[in-house]
Design a protein around this ligand. Structure first.
Ligand code: SF4
Length: 293
């Protein structure tokens, strides 16, 4: 198999075979991310993709699931993606479920009909690192799109029958816009129909522009308590039903699971209790030990 580092494997579907059809990230400019620094975005040659498919077919001939690499393989045009997915179906005739990470902007150059055709070839789940639904925040972190783009592209995915995830990046707006980030993210994500909403907390990794800005006093990061307050505000205002994922394990309760709306009160209560009882120094220490997104 051919893999270009770094390889980010979806932690929720860890056993799926991985197929590298691209390396790197087309954008590579989000202010909190260094994951693909130094890796030029490139499409894998078709011969390499076929070699890897042959290897997967030899070792896992009944594979029904597949994760496409790397950061945003769906940036490829429809005319490049469709032949790759046709090859996947040729080598893996039992394939049912193809997943990829992607950016909102990757969908701009595809029509609903083209997305529907990709869905017909097995592409039925995309996780988007949406991060925020607040335009000020999206500009601040250099995401390269606005809230209106999120709605427009998600509507296309709904029409095409492709499921998608949103990620809310807790803390990324800093102190000045924490409220707008929480409220507008909840509002915009609630105007779409995600299968999953995940939340992750901002960690300022070495080498990120956001850490440099924080060191110069230009970015005011939230404390652990403020992060939790922002997360609570986001959850209180999120009104779409979805599978809800959070990396916080609160008071021994894992808040991750399906049927968000039915569990919302329980999640809100757990976050409120965490705000009252949690050891914020321990949370800060745990964050300081993180090395990657
Ligand atoms: S967060 Fe995602 S889109 Fe942004 S630079 Fe990192 S990999 Fe690329």
């Amino acid at each position: 198999m051919h893999f270009t580092e770094p390889v980010y494997r979806n932690p929720y579907w860890p056993t799926w075979p991985l197929l590298e059809i691209t390396s790197g990230c087309t954008h590579n400019r989000c202010k909190f991310c260094t994951m693909y620094k130094g890796v030029r975005f490139a499409m894998a040659p078709m011969e390499q993709i076929e070699e890897d498919l042959a290897e997967i077919a030899a070792t896992t001939p009944r594979a029904r699931t597949l994760q496409l690499l790397s950061a945003n393989p769906l940036a490829l045009s429809y005319d490049r993606l469709a032949p790759i997915l046709e090859k996947v179906n040729e080598y893996l005739p039992n394939i049912e479920h193809i997943y990829a990470a992607g950016r909102v902007t990757d969908l701009r150059n595809k029509t609903v009909e083209q997305l529907r055709a990709l869905r017909g070839l097995g592409l039925n789940e995309i996780s988007m690192g949406t991060e925020s639904g607040d335009d000020w925040t999206l500009d601040r972190i250099n995401k390269g799109y606005h809230a209106a783009d999120i709605i427009e592209q998600c509507n296309k995915l709904d029409e095409a029958g492709i499921a998608y995830w949103h990620t809310f990046l807790n803390g990324v707006a800093g102190r000045s816009h924490t409220r707008e980030h929480a409220l507008n993210s909840a509002r915009i994500m609630s105007q779409t129909k995600p299968m999953l909403v995940g939340t992750g907390g901002l960690t300022l990794f070495p080498g990120t522009p956001l850490l440099e800005e924080a060191e110069r006093g230009e970015f005011d990061p939230l404390t652990e308590r403020e992060m939790l307050e922002e997360l609570l505000l986001f959850v209180q205002n999120l009104t779409c039903d979805c599978y809800f994922v959070t990396h916080h394990t609160i008071g021994g309760i894992n808040l991750t699971g399906p049927n968000f709306l039915a569990r919302k009160e329980q999640i809100v209560a757990a976050l409120q209790s965490e705000l009252e009882h949690a050891d914020m120094d321990a949370l800060a220490w745990r964050r300081s030990q993180k090395r990657t997104l």
